[in-house]
Design a binder for this molecule. Structure first.
Ligand SMILES: C[S@@+](CC[C@H](N)C(=O)[O-])C[C@H]1O[C@@H](n2cnc3c(N)ncnc32)[C@H](O)[C@@H]1O
Length: 268
């Protein structure tokens, strides 16, 4: 089968599609990325052009295909204990909650396939044990959420995980599962996953003591970043912590928070 080329016009239509669906601003020049990721969907429906695939999405004849396209156009790279400074802070906050017998609620707001919320849960389980704590992981991609709920990962994703956590919370795959690991059931059951678009009004999810919004704002325009951060801050309790990726900043985005350290903010 010949592989269709994506035209500039089709590419612009996909830029509009993913912006409307997720608030993601896809840079000019990413034609190869879009055509590479969507080529298998054209093959699946035996379509001759990316324009035909757009027509299929717009026609709503295959409503589930909209989510498939969103899944394919998001970038989901992540790993356990990414940016360890945040997990050291979390440990201190968990200790404080333990001392004060307070519940700790943490939201991983772009959780991807679950490595971030499970890393959070490991720290909380370690410090707080069976005491009251909650972790919510949300993402716009249903494909990564499915992987997150399964808790099954290639071993290399855990290269930054402290060894004692690996031993305590993960089961090493044997035989045909060699090279993989499974988050043990008790920890898996303590993490809730939910489909959620950060670029739309939020469902009722309550307020949190800590919000992780890491490595997702890079895909948003300045205006979308402002709207998303404002929306999320309404769910952060006073005195709560807001954590972003190390390559990100809230300069020009929000000035209501107190900067504690690079990528760590607190709601006054
Ligand atoms: C690069 S991953 C970051 C994962 C994790 N937070 C980390 O730092 O390792 C970005 C995630 O943001 C999600 N995402 C992108 N736009 C979103 C939106 N509008 N609402 C919710 N999630 C979104 C993507 O599906 C992807 O899984």
């Amino acid at each position: 089968m010949t592989v269709a080329m994506i035209t500039d016009r089709e590419f612009m239509q996909f830029q509009r599609f993913i912006f409307d669906a997720a608030g993601i601003t896809m840079a000019d020049g990413k034609q190869a990325l879009v055509s590479g990721r969507l080529a298998k969907r054209l093959a699946h429906y035996q379509l001759g052009s990316y324009g035909d695939y757009l027509k299929l999405l717009e026609s709503r004849d295959q409503p589930a295909e909209l989510q498939v396209a969103v899944d394919l156009l998001t970038t989901n790279e992540t790993y356990f204990f990414r940016e360890p400074k945040h997990f050291a802070l979390l440990r201190d906050l968990a200790q404080d909650a333990a001392d004060k017998h307070r519940t700790l609620r943490v939201w991983s707001a772009a959780s991807s396939s679950g490595e971030e919320p499970y890393s959070i849960a490991m720290v909380l389980a370690d410090v707080l044990g069976d005491a009251s704590w909650e972790v919510l992981g949300t993402d716009i991609s249903t494909r990564v959420l499915q992987r997150a709920r399964s808790g099954h990962y290639p071993m290399e994703r855990a290269s930054q995980m402290p060894q004692h956590y690996l031993k305590r919370f993960c089961l090493k795959g044997q035989g045909s599962e060699a090279g993989t690991m499974l988050i043990e059931r008790a920890l898996r059951q303590r993490v809730q996953f939910q489909h959620l678009n950060l670029n739309a009004p939020l469902p009722k999810i309550g307020t949190f003591d800590v919000i992780f919004l890491r490595n997702v704002m890079i895909y948003f325009s300045l205006e979308t970043k402002r709207q998303v951060v404002t929306r999320l801050l309404a769910q952060l309790r006073q005195g709560g912590y807001f954590l972003i990726g190390h390559s990100e900043t809230l300069n020009d985005i929000n000035d209501t928070l107190t900067a504690v350290a690079p990528s760590i903010y607190r709601k006054p």
